[in-house]
Design a protein around this ligand. Structure first.
Ligand SMILES: [Zn+2]
Length: 347
C-alpha cells in the first residue's frame, strides 16, 4: 500500500485552553494540547506521508450526528457565558443528573449555569476558539472519508480536538464533535460501516450515536470503566438497542494489558467486524494505551501499534483512521508512524 495520506491543518491551534479540572484538581497544562497534533504531523511528514488540507464540508454532515441544540451551544455558549460574567475558560458548574429531582431537570437557559446541560465533565474547557477547531477536526475526518470514497485504501485524519466521547447532544472528555461518527455517517453512502475504537477509553459518544443503528457496528477495546473514565459506560453487557441490538460490542481490559493480550482481544474484535461484513472501516485511534501514557493504564509499545495497524488493515476494507487521544506527547510521533506503517503492511 502507498504511504497513507494525512489530513491535517492548523485550525486546531485555536483550541488552546490554559487548564482543565480532573478529579477536583487543576491540571496545567492540559493533556489535550496543541503540541500533540504538531508532533504527529511533523513525524508523519518527515517520514514521507503526503499532507492534505482539510476541505470545508459545512454543517450538514455534522447535523447527521449531532443535535442542533448542541451545535447552537458550541457556537454561542462561550460568548453567552462571558456576557453573564464567566471567565475566559468555560467549565460547567452544575450538572442536571437524572436523579436531581422530579419536575425539574430542564434547560432553563441559565447563563453561567447552563453549560452543564451540554457538557458532562470538568475536563473539557471551552475557550473562544474551541468551536472553530472542533469544526475543522470534523472537516479533517470528512476529507479523509472522501479520500477513501474516491478509492484510497486508507487515509488518516489528524483530528484535534478528539471526538469519541461527544454524543448526539453533549460534549466532554476533551471532545466537542464526534469526528469518527461524522466520518462513519458520511461513509455510509458506500454501505455498512464498522467503527473499531482502540483508544484507551470507552467511546461512549460513538456508542450512543449508533446504539440503535443496525448499519453501523461499534466495537471498542478499553480500560475497564469500573476504574477508568468515562466511568458510566463501556461494560461488556452494552450490546446495542432497538434495530441496532447486537451491533455494539465492548471489550473492557484489565490494567497492565500489554501487546500480546491487546492483540488477542483485537483479534476477537476483528472477528466481529468480519461477521458484520462492512463496506468500510473507521478506526478511532488513541495512543493513550501506550506504556508511557500519563492517564492510560495499559502497556502497549510502539512496536505494538505497528501490529495493531496491521491487524486492522487485515480486514481488507477501505479504512479511515481518526485521531482520538494519547498524551505521552514525546512518543506520539513515533506511535502514529508505527500505526500507519502497520496499516500499510497489513493492507
Ligand atoms: Zn482516550
Amino acid at each position: 500500500m502507498d504511504p497513507v495520506p494525512v489530513v491535517a491543518g492548523d485550525a486546531h491551534r485555536a483550541h488552546d485552553p490554559p487548564y482543565e479540572v480532573n478529579y477536583g484538581e487543576v491540571v496545567r497544562p492540559v493533556y489535550e494540547r496543541v503540541e500533540r497534533a504538531e508532533r504527529i504531523r511533523d513525524a508523519l511528514a518527515a517520514a514521507g506521508h503526503p499532507l492534505v488540507e482539510p476541505a470545508p464540508h459545512g454543517i450538514e454532515p455534522v447535523l447527521a450526528v449531532h443535535e442542533p441544540g448542541l451545535l447552537g451551544f458550541l457556537e454561542q455558549g462561550w460568548a453567552a457565558w462571558r456576557a453573564d460574567g464567566g471567565p475566559e475558560v468555560l467549565i460547567p458548574d452544575s450538572f442536571p443528573i437524572p436523579r436531581l429531582g422530579r419536575g425539574g431537570g430542564r434547560d432553563l437557559g441559565g447563563g453561567v449555569g447552563r453549560p452543564g446541560w451540554f457538557c458532562f465533565d470538568t475536563a473539557t474547557p471551552m475557550v473562544a476558539g474551541s468551536f472553530s477547531a472542533a469544526l475543522a477536526a470534523a472537516d479533517a475526518a470528512l476529507t479523509a472519508a472522501d479520500l477513501v470514497a474516491a478509492g484510497a485504501a486508507a487515509a488518516y485524519a489528524l483530528c484535534r480536538p478528539p471526538g469519541h466521547h461527544a454524543g448526539p447532544g453533549y460534549y466532554g472528555g476533551f471532545c466537542f464533535l464526534n469526528n469518527a461518527a461524522i466520518a462513519a455517517r458520511s461513509l455510509h453512502r458506500l454501505g455498512r460501516v464498522a467503527v473499531v475504537d482502540v483508544d484507551f477509553h470507552h467511546g461512549n459518544g460513538t456508542q450512543d450515536v449508533f446504539w440503535e443503528d443496525p448499519e453501523v457496528l461499534y466495537v471498542s477495546l478499553h480500560g475497564d470503566p469500573a476504574g477508568h473514565y468515562p466511568h458510566f459506560t463501556g461494560a461488556a453487557d452494552e450490546t446495542g438497542g432497538g434495530a441496532g441490538a447486537g451491533t455494539n460490542r465492548n471489550l473492557p481490559l484489565p490494567d497492565g494489558t500489554g501487546d500480546d493480550e491487546y492483540l488477542a482481544s483485537l483479534a476477537e474484535a476483528m472477528a466481529v467486524v468480519a461477521g458484520f461484513d462492512p463496506a468500510t472501516l473507521v478506526v478511532s485511534a488513541g495512543f493513550d494505551t501506550f506504556a508511557g501514557d500519563p492517564i492510560g493504564a495499559f502497556q502497549v509499545t510502539t512496536g505494538g501499534f505497528r501490529r495493531i495497524g496491521a491487524a486492522l488493515a487485515a480486514a481488507g476494507r477501505p479504512t479511515v483512521v481518526v485521531q482520538e487521544g494519547g498524551y505521552a506527547v514525546e512518543a506520539l510521533g513515533a506511535n502514529a508512524l508505527a500505526l500507519l506503517r502497520g496499516v500499510q503492511e497489513g493492507g
